[in-house]
Design a binder for this molecule. Structure first.
Ligand SMILES: Cc1cc2nc3c(=O)[nH]c(=O)nc-3n(C[C@H](O)[C@H](O)[C@H](O)COP(=O)(O)OP(=O)(O)OC[C@H]3O[C@@H](n4cnc5c(N)ncnc54)[C@H](O)[C@@H]3O)c2cc1C
Length: 354
């Protein structure tokens, strides 16, 4: 390890992806984290394993293995399918700590970076953050469109499967209700284009109507925003923006752990190797996935509720998975878009442009 250090503001997936690249390339990562612990922000903690993560997910942090997805549209279940996603629900804090340890990184907790002045307080000392590094402070620093999410951690839901994630799409909200298993408990939430209060009322109603969830014990209620407006690349005081701060969330699904980690990894690798990090980010496959989903979301916003429902209910489970995961393999998409040719062509055009 050289005596050089790599600065990372924020100990979420974006910062940790960068720390991992730095550590593997022989530069010690120093992480400045505002909170006293990692992964404080609410999160469903679902990570699909599509083979693109730069680091391993160790078995010790896996709370649930996900083999099935159950998907519905506007209150009606459309399919339950296996073999489309292989995913995990993780102990997010434990996972991030594991990756930092593998990278030989050091975390300073309760070390809030002052964006206006470019300074951070570590213990009693105020330091200027200068040199190679990334800014991964998350959604509060994102300058595009954000959508709220509210969720309950539910203690004792009956008959909810531990290897399945449930997603009920809502064409009006342009969002979805979800039930994610999480060890002994479940997270039940909703995200979309509405206010926090509206989402809260809708979630309560959704849970009341489901006999499995209506009597369940609600342990925690939490909420946060998700950056769904596409990429906003750039710098904060010379640090490259990565993760949600730069829009690394798949806008149709809200998946941000994998995109954020990939963006951090890509930017840090480019910086340390002496190439242009913004160019490297623009060219990364995960950026294409965000761009494509962003364009699909913009297009879907222009459609009637009937057209939205028709598309979401009629494309095959395989096509849902290709778009949702951002893998976008054309041969699988073409086979899966068994809908009116004009609509299928529109989707293909967006994917090809991405
Ligand atoms: C309710 C909800 C459910 C979600 N479910 C999923 C899911 O199941 N799967 C998935 O992939 N994604 C999910 N997401 C999205 C995912 O949580 C985020 O996209 C992802 O964590 C973003 O990573 P990040 O590192 O960019 O930001 P964050 O995870 O927000 O991390 C930023 C870190 O920076 C720290 N920080 C902030 N400001 C400063 C500062 N000034 N100085 C120092 N440190 C600072 C914060 O304390 C935080 O630790 C969900 C989001 C929400 C709101």
């Amino acid at each position: 390890m050289s005596s050089k250090v790599f600065h990372v503001v924020g100990g979420g997936p974006g910062g940790v992806g960068a720390a991992y690249a730095a550590g593997k390339l022989g530069v010690k990562p120093i992480i400045y984290e505002a909170h006293g612990a990692l992964a404080v922000k609410p999160c469903g903690r679902g990570v699909p394993l599509v083979g693109d993560l730069p680091f391993r997910v160790p078995g010790s942090v896996v709370l649930n293995r996900i083999r099935f997805i159950k998907l519905g549209v506007d209150g009606r279940w459309v399919f339950k399918a296996g073999g489309l996603i292989d995913g995990v629900i993780v102990d997010k804090g434990g996972f991030l700590e594991h990756v930092i340890a593998e990278a030989g990184g050091e975390v300073f907790y309760r070390a809030r970076y002052d964006v206006r002045r470019g300074l951070v307080r570590v213990g009693g000392e105020v330091l200027e953050v200068k040199g190679l590094g990334v800014f991964a402070g998350g959604f509060p620093y994102y300058e595009g469109v954000k959508a709220p999410v509210v969720q309950y951690v539910v203690g004792n839901a009956r008959d909810v499967e531990e290897d399945t994630i449930e997603v009920m799409l809502d064409t009006r909200l342009l969002g979805y209700y979800y039930v994610f298993p999480q060890g002994d408990s479940f997270e039940v939430g909703v995200g979309g284009f509405a206010s926090f209060n509206e989402l809260q009322a809708l979630l309560d109603k959704y849970m009341e109507k489901d006999p499995r969830l209506s009597g369940a014990k609600r342990v925690v209620r939490e909420g946060a925003m998700i950056s769904v407006g596409g990429l906003r690349l750039g710098y904060v005081n010379g640090l490259v923006k990565v993760g949600e701060a730069a829009g690394y969330v798949l806008p149709l699904t809200g998946e941000g752990i994998r995109p954020s980690a990939l963006s951090g990894y890509t930017a840090a690798k480019a910086l340390i190797e002496g190439s242009d990090p913004i160019r490297a980010l623009e060219r990364a496959p995960i950026s294409r996935a965000v761009r494509v989903q962003s364009s699909i979301l913009d297009w879907v916003k222009t459609l009637s509720l009937e057209d939205r429902r028709y598309i979401l209910s009629n494309i095959t489970p395989e096509a849902h998975a290709e778009v949702a995961l951002g893998t976008l393999r054309l041969y699988r998409l073409i086979r899966g878009l068994k809908i009116k040719p004009s609509i299928a062509l529109r989707i293909m055009a967006i994917v090809l442009r991405g």
